[in-house]
Design a protein around this ligand. Structure first.
Ligand code: PEP
Ligand code: MG
Length: 746
């Protein structure tokens, strides 16, 4: 056997290239038997009845494939699965668990080595090799199989091959939450093509190819114009600017003639195009200016657009009454623009996190989205799909029954929201008289009005990175003033907490990539980034203060603070900004200053910082991520992430106690503030200001108006005695349901 790492990489890559599951599994067994020089390689996968079905085999009788189904625990395969341990035997037949199945014709084989395939803690299959000789596999061979099985688990985990080549009814795929809501519609694939896999081939008709190239340019230019128009006024002009960048390259004579030269040198059009795109992408990548550097992505995207057009792939014609769910590796702004907004009901991205660009847009546009599902194969345009953005789940080819259920959920939700509209003007006050302040979190101009409409008392968190993310370069002071002023004007007389730029980690800026960080969550992000780039921070702080003018509504909020020196450095810049603006003659007031308590280290330092700050805001998303050491956007560990964790609750209680001891107002603006179970506990802990997305506010108000504080306090006391997040959830949920508040969980 050649180098294990090399062979592994080769097999994993070969398999990943195949589109159909049946091709994948056949490739797996073929490649393994070839690499290991064994007579048989078989893949068994557990089906819904927990039987081990022989899904593919090189060496066993073809008739046995898909027919042989071993009951749980049966035979050597069953032993591997139940023990979760390799079984490596010189002669399988002499083992007491050996179970002969005539269809396989396996009596010819003696050696047997089976290893379990485990995904998310469950045995999903068994990989077996067999040989004619009586011999035990070497440690190296067994290790190779074990390693391969671990890779296969990743590949097969979300891909229930046991159901066959077509997507099973109600096949469910998990990802991470991108934007809330339920979207029911038909798939429109936005796969961006594989220009880079094109190989050079001799061109048979050079004049014809040159002609085709000019027509292709014209075709794609028109497509881009069409997409830009479809975008309309819904997204800022700067996003539409991406299209400008595409067109600029299409019209660049150097680019056009580069492809022509490639064709004249005898390469066919796709080969010449690939070379040109690679060349220009590399040029951008080598640039020092971070904005221009990041443009290499646009060049790739444009290359694939041209390639798809050459292949004759037109944007699918959607009947005007079809509701569309865009699905693809990374759905781009131009994909979104290519669907009429009233028809776009959902987004599914194989890659990305809840805070990636697409998710940000989806939130702003109110489109349910699921991110990070991993590549979903076998998808076809127009098949029906359900996007459950509330739970980060996608259902493929839903049955009538499941469709009806989701439809009911969506309708119930709509009517609940309708009913809750009546609470809009009423205060958030518990039946026993404790009042709670409810703010909204916003970030895009598009989500300002829903907040006001739902009765928000101010903006608890304005995520300024969002306007930065939908821009194509750092916005100027004047541009920022324009955006901030709209928010401040809309909420006139109410507090608006504007957070300074919080990029880095899970929030990339397309035009300022923070590359090469081994551990971005612990890296150059939040205030660490802006203090190091104080020119950006100065512009932003000046823009905020100028936008507020003489109004006292503005509060400045600093993200990711973990040490006193960061506060001192910011104070210096803040003073400087104030004196600059005063000496420039602006009429301004000094805004209040607070920090996000989201790095655990901040908690113990609250006493040191009390006289430097006016308020605290708990960022429970990051606080939970750092306390639990769980990446909030990693689908592999998302099942373990729960902010209703005893460790998180205890730290929040400590923050509230410290804030109260030092007379600092404290609020919470992470996702906890809109989770009904967490809201009860936060109330019990003593939190009286909650900030959440506008869509969640009516339900939270309903909860507060329905639940006496004494009940919340009783439940919180019990919760602090419970070591399991699930136990805490059950305790609170049971009580809320007994009070008739079950609709909070729909
Ligand atoms: C948080 O961390 O809880 C928070 C509100 O900030 P963000 O989600 O933007 O990191
Ligand atoms: Mg945060």
């Amino acid at each position: 056997m050649k180098s294990v790492v090399h062979e592994l990489a080769r097999i994993v890559q070969t398999v990943a290239m195949a589109d159909l599951p049946i091709d994948q599994v056949n490739l797996i067994v073929e490649s393994i038997s070839e690499t290991m020089a064994v007579d048989v390689c078989s893949l068994y996968l557990a089906n819904e009845e927990r039987e081990m079905m022989l899904l593919a085999s090189h060496g066993l009788s073809a008739k046995a494939v898909r027919r042989v189904k071993l009951p749980p625990g049966k035979g050597l395969v069953g032993l591997v699965a139940s023990s979760r341990h390799p079984v490596n035997l010189a002669d399988g037949e002499s083992h007491p668990n050996y179970y002969y199945i005539a269809e396989t014709k396996e009596e010819r084989f003696h050696s047997f080595c089976g290893v379990p395939i485990v995904h998310a803690g469950k045995v999903i299959g068994v990989l077996v090799v067999q040989g004619r000789e009586i011999r035990q596999l070497s440690d190296e061979e067994q290790g190779f199989l074990v390693t391969l099985a671990a890779h296969l688990a990743l590949l097969l985990g979300n891909n229930p091959l046991a159901h066959g080549d077509t997507i099973g009814l109600n096949e469910r795929i998990s990802g991470v939450k991108g934007a809330p809501g339920i979207g029911i519609g038909h798939i429109k694939l936005s796969d961006h093509g594989e220009l880079y896999s094109v190989v050079d081939t001799a061109c048979e008709d050079i004049p014809g190819a040159l002609e085709d190239w000019l027509q292709l340019l014209e075709l794609v230019r028109n497509q881009i114009d069409h997409e830009r128009q479809a975008l309309g006024s819904e997204i800022t002009g700067s996003v539409a600017g991406i299209f400008g960048a595409y067109k600029m390259l299409l019209e660049d004579p150097t680019f056009v003639s580069y492809v022509e030269a490639g064709i004249r040198n005898g390469n066919w059009l796709p080969g010449a195009l690939r070379q040109a795109i690679q060349h220009f992408a590399e040029l951008f990548l080598a640039m020092d200016d971070p904005y221009l550097k990041a443009r290499h992505e646009d060049v790739h995207h444009l290359g694939n657009k041209l390639f798809n057009a050459w292949r004759g792939i037109k944007p699918v014609d959607i009947p005007s009454d079809t509701d569309i769910v865009l699905v693809g590796p990374a759905v781009s702004v131009s994909d979104i623009a290519s669907v009429p907004s009233e028809r776009l009901v959902g987004l599914v991205c194989f890659e990305g996190s809840g805070l990636s660009h697409t998710a940000v847009l989806a939130n702003a546009l109110g489109i349910p989205a699921v991110m990070g599902t991993g590549r979903i194969r076998r998808l076809v345009d127009n098949a029906s799909i359900i996007v459950d953005g509330n739970n980060g789940q996608v259902t493929l080819t839903p049955s009538e029954m499941v469709l009806a259920e989701y439809q009911k959920l969506a309708n119930d939700r709509r009517s609940l929201m309708k009913q809750l509209e009546r609470l809009r003007e009423l205060p958030a006050i518990t039946p026993d008289g404790t009042s709670v302040t409810l703010y909204t979190n916003t970030g895009l101009l598009a989500d300002i009005t829903p907040g006001l409409f739902s009765g928000s008392q101010g903006v608890g968190l304005y995520r300024t990175e969002i306007p930065f993310m939908v821009h194509d370069s750092f916005p100027s002071e004047e541009e920022q003033i324009g955006v901030y002023r709209q928010v401040l004007d809309a909420y006139k007389g109410k507090p608006v907490h504007m957070r300074t730029l919080d990029i880095g980690g899970d929030k990339p800026l397309p035009y300022f990539p923070v590359d090469n960080e081994e551990n971005p969550a612990l890296g150059w992000r939040g205030v660490r980034f802006t203090l190091d780039n104080s020119q950006l921070l100065m512009t932003q702080v000046r823009a905020m203060i100028r936008a507020a003018g003489t109004s006292e509504d503005l509060r400045i909020l600093l993200p990711m603070v973990s040490s006193t020196s960061e506060l001192d450095d910011f104070a210096e810049l803040f003073d400087d900004a104030m004196s600059q603006l005063e000496s420039e003659g602006y009429e301004i007031v000094r805004p209040k200053l607070g920090i996000m308590v989201e790095v655990p280290a901040a908690i113990s330092q609250i006493p040191f910082w009390a006289d430097k700050l006016d308020f605290l805001s708990i960022g429970s998303n990051d606080l939970s991520q750092y306390l639990l050491a769980l990446d909030r956007d990693n689908p592999r560990v998302s099942g373990r992430y729960d902010h209703v964790h005893p460790a998180v609750l205890m730290e929040i209680r400590r923050i509230v106690q410290l804030a109260s001891a030092h007379n600092l107002p404290v609020s919470i603006c992470g996702e906890m503030a809109s989770d009904p179970v967490a809201v009860v506990l936060l109330m019990g802990i003593g939190m009286r200001t909650l900030s959440m997305s506008a869509a969640k506010l009516p339900q939270v108000k309903w909860l507060i108006r329905s639940l006496p504080l004494t009940t919340a306090e009783k439940l919180t006391k019990q919760a602090f005695g419970c070591p399991y997040p699930a136990g805490i959830r059950k305790l609170v949920r049971d009580e809320l349901e007994s009070l008739g508040l079950q609709d909070l969980f729909s």
